[in-house]
Ligand binder design. Structure first.
Ligand SMILES: [Mn+2]
Length: 247
């Protein structure tokens, strides 16, 4: 990973590979460090295609979203099928993933969180429940949470993770919780996806302490994803969206 490259954030894709290609056209992979916020699958027809594309894009990192989790859960336990279908799961994508153990294994190792060099914390869901995975007294909280998430994903602990990854809008409604979470993680600001905003660019709130990059990129699925916001609402360079970080 070339950490000298400027950071490009990609919000929730939800199976819309065509719009993802279009959004990334002006950001060549060799010139950007690309961070996908998770939820590449479900809601649209090319979820596994989008996952593979993100996996294979040079200089890229992919975070675990609640939809990747739900899909992995369904692969392990077929009785989850109707639950997952209700989330927008595509049966052809499930078959594709079932036939690709290597991709499953790669998905199970996706980090829940990342912390960038400028102390930006990056995670899929906008809540502090990730803290449940933190081992008390851990010297590296991000690593501790990621290790516990990986352990749960490889030992049938999907239900625990689901309760952590599915709630959203926690920080929008409670700035104190955001500030406490950032302090706990030793971070200065948060970048997340998961809950679609309505702006034309990634939506910063609480004075830029948090930025939501879920700009409803996917054209399919639920109504909230059919507003056809500009691609720039979901895919954008990090620093340009937070003027305070350049000071
Ligand atoms: Mn999500």
């Amino acid at each position: 990973m070339n950490q000298e490259l400027p950071v490009l954030i990609v919000g929730d894709v939800h199976g819309d590979l065509e719009r993802l290609f279009k959004a990334l056209k002006s950001y060549p992979a060799d010139r950007w460090r690309t961070i996908f916020l998770g939820d590449l699958v479900d809601g649209g027809p090319f979820g596994v295609g989008a996952l593979r594309y993100a996996r294979d894009r040079p200089n890229s990192e992919v975070l675990l979203g609640n939809h990747e989790l739900a899909m992995l859960w369904t692969v392990r336990d077929r009785s989850r099928l109707s639950f997952w279908s209700g989330l927008g799961g595509e049966l052809h994508d499930l078959r594709e993933l079932e036939g690709d153990p290597g991709l499953q294994e790669w998905m199970r190792r996706r980090p829940a969180l990342l912390k960038l060099e400028d102390q930006t914390l990056v995670q899929h869901s906008d809540n502090d429940l990730y803290g449940r995975l933190l081992e008390p007294g851990a010297t590296d909280p991000v690593r501790s949470i990621n290790e516990e998430a990986a352990r749960l994903l490889s030992s049938g602990g999907e239900a625990v993770l689901w309760d952590i990854l599915s709630p959203g809008k926690v920080f929008r409604e409670n700035r104190d919780r955001l500030e406490r979470w950032l302090a706990k993680m030793g971070a200065r600001r948060l970048v997340h996806g998961h809950k679609p905003h309505r702006s034309k660019c990634p939506e910063a709130y609480h004075d830029g302490l948090a930025i939501d990059f879920d700009g409803g990129l996917g054209r399919y699925g639920k109504n909230r994803y059919q507003r056809l916001q500009p691609l720039e609402a979901s895919v954008a360079p990090l620093d340009l969206t937070a003027p305070w970080s350049r000071s």
